[in-house]
Design a protein around this ligand. Structure first.
Ligand code: ATP
Length: 249
């Protein structure tokens, strides 16, 4: 189980996350929905520990001051002070917004970079799972990632994160910029990842509609604060929420 408890993040004097509490239970799929700049990536950085790297880098170059408050708790342990690579070893793996692949490396190389900490057997078995999850990648393993379509790149990005053997996958805006037909393929991988690998997923999106059928529970974030939370049914049953966030009032 992963919990954010009263998490606050300031970029200099700008409050990007304000007292955010979220919980993702074991084997859960949780959605975090919110408009541009609502704070979704900041939350993913706080959960994955990347925020500590960003904070450190800014400090080294004499840049803005980033202040963090609150706690991140994983399986009952306070991991607030753990760095991203330490959290990754515990199974918390971020698949970042805008994919961030190595464009000149092949699909197979991008995947094996993700699996550098896995055993050879784990890497092989997970590679096969990724090919089963996204059959479109089978023919593309030698192609440079930079030459793939946005949807294919997203599949590689998810595959790379899976190669790191997560128990909790943090998917930051996986549908960003993708055509609706490809969105469907990407989002359909979420229940497979949960059901076949037992991996919990926290997924953020600007538009909830394509993702809401796949989540158990969701949070709606506005200007850094959680303004609403509930089960999928509760959120879909609320006409105001439905019209404002799901585009299907
Ligand atoms: P998007 O959908 O545009 O990715 P988001 O919900 O992921 O948005 P964040 O990227 O977390 O939102 O940004 C939250 C707020 O914090 C925004 O106002 C953004 O401009 C600001 N912000 C994010 N990163 C930094 C940074 N490194 N320095 C200063 N401000 C930042």
């Amino acid at each position: 189980m992963l919990e954010a408890r009263a998490v606050m993040v300031f970029y200099e004097n700008m409050l990007a996350l304000n007292n955010v509490n979220i919980t993702c239970p074991e084997n859960g799929v949780i959605g975090v929905f919110g408009a541009n700049s609502a704070g979704k990536s900041t939350l993913m950085y706080a959960l994955s520990g990347i925020i500590l790297d960003i904070q450190h880098k800014e400090k080294m170059r004499g840049g803005e001051r980033i202040s963090l408050f609150g706690e991140v708790v994983h399986d009952g342990e306070d991991i607030t002070k753990l760095k991203a690579h330490q959290r990754a070893r515990r199974g918390l793996v971020l698949c970042p917004e805008r994919r961030r692949l190595f464009p000149e490396s092949s699909v197979a190389e991008n995947l094996s970079i993700g699996g550098h900490l896995a055993s050879r057997a784990q890497a092989k078995e997970t590679f096969d799972f990724v090919m089963e999850l996204f059959p479109a990648l089978k023919k593309l393993t030698r192609r440079a990632a930079g030459f793939l379509s946005g949807g294919e790149q997203q599949m590689v990005a998810i595959g790379r994160a899976l190669m790191a053997q997560p128990t909790m996958l943090l998917l930051d805006e996986p549908l960003l910029g993708l055509a609706p037909s490809i969105q469907h393929t990407v989002v359909e991988s979420i229940p497979q990842i949960r059901n076949e690998r037992g991996i919990s997923v926290i997924v953020t999106e600007q538009y909830a509609r394509p993702v809401i059928p796949y989540v158990d529970y969701a949070y709606i974030v506005e200007n850094g604060s959680t303004v609403m939370e509930g089960t999928r049914e509760e959120l879909l049953g609320n006409p105001d929420i439905k019209a404002a966030y799901f585009g299907c009032g």
